[in-house]
Ligand binder design. Structure first.
Ligand code: ATP
Ligand code: MG
Ligand code: ZN
Length: 257
């Protein structure tokens, strides 16, 4: 055998395969294994590449959502108020997020007084879902959303089409913020009911924040016909983690500090 260098991959001596001098071919006896390794490495690289791309897309998606809610764009579970009641609410949310495969609870209903940290908690849940779990999620302030839909209907739908929130029925996770703060017109109730019923049918998660407890919200949405409110609230609170946050208005605390 001519003086060939050993296999560059594993250092084994090459073996004769075919051909006559000076065209004989020597190869590593483990060549097939090396090729399998190469393929595995390629596969791994592709997977890492895909992960990087998803992480980047999620980041992009997060900042698109945050552009419509600038005052919350820096909020997360890490920045959530760390006092006793803040911790209690946050731990429930974290348990729900971490355990979502086994959790039977599809929805979260966060309620309590003004300024207690409901929207901030819902926002943090959404942020985790987008950045960590790569979910397609969006944050919708119900009153503003209904206003957008009305405006879009009167000026020919163009504005509506641009907004992700225009199709809340397709999101993996929808935050329905401040439900009950809208005027309970027939249009509002019907629009909300359509989305809630669709999401319930498709088993899609919805996180609600409200100043109203579920039973209060039934009355508020029903205005006159309690069945109407009950149809909506019953679907939202079936399979639902309820988080009640109480205490003083955190905005006032902050102003005083
Ligand atoms: N994730 C968070 N990170 C940092 N601060 C937060 C966070 N969530 C809430 N806060 C603090 O708590 C205050 C009130 O929070 P938030 O707006 O969530 O209240 P809310 O319960 O939704 O009020 P409302 O009933 O008026 O809708 C905020 O202004 C902020 O100071
Ligand atoms: Mg709020
Ligand atoms: Zn080799």
């Amino acid at each position: 055998m001519p003086d060939y260098p050993p296999c560059a991959v594993c250092g084994k001596e090459l073996v004769y395969v075919t051909g006559q001098p000076p065209y004989e071919v020597y190869l590593c006896p483990d060549l097939e294994l090396h090729q399998l390794d190469d393929r595995a490495r390629d596969e791994e690289r592709r997977f890492e590449e895909w992960q990087r791309r998803r992480a980047k897309e999620s980041e992009q998606h997060y900042w698109n959502v945050a552009a419509d809610h600038r005052h919350m764009s820096d909020w997360s579970l890490e920045t959530y108020p760390d006092d006793i009641r803040g911790q209690a609410a946050k731990h429930k949310a974290e348990a729900w997020l971490d355990d979502s495969d086994t959790y039977s609870e599809n929805n979260v209903y966060i309620y309590g007084g003004v300024g207690t940290g409901k929207s901030g908690l819902a926002w943090s849940i959404m942020r985790h879902r987008i950045l960590i779990d790569y979910s397609n999620a969006d944050f919708v302030n119900v009153r503003a959303w209904l206003g957008d839909i009305k405006a879009a209907i009167s000026d020919g739908e163009s504005k509506l089409a641009q907004s992700i929130a225009a199709r809340p029925e397709q999101l993996d996770l929808l935050i329905f913020d401040d439900l009950g703060a809208e005027r309970p017109s027939d249009f509002a109730i019907e629009t909300i009911a359509t989305v809630v019923e669709h999401r319930h049918r498709q088993n899609l998660s919805t996180v609600v924040t409200s100043n109203y407890s579920p039973s209060q919200l039934i009355k508020r949405l029903g205005h006159g016909d309690p069945v109407v409110g009950q149809r909506i609230v019953s679907r939202l609170t079936e399979n639902c983690l309820q988080i009640r946050v109480d205490g003083a208005d955190r905005r006032l605390n902050k102003a005083a500090a």
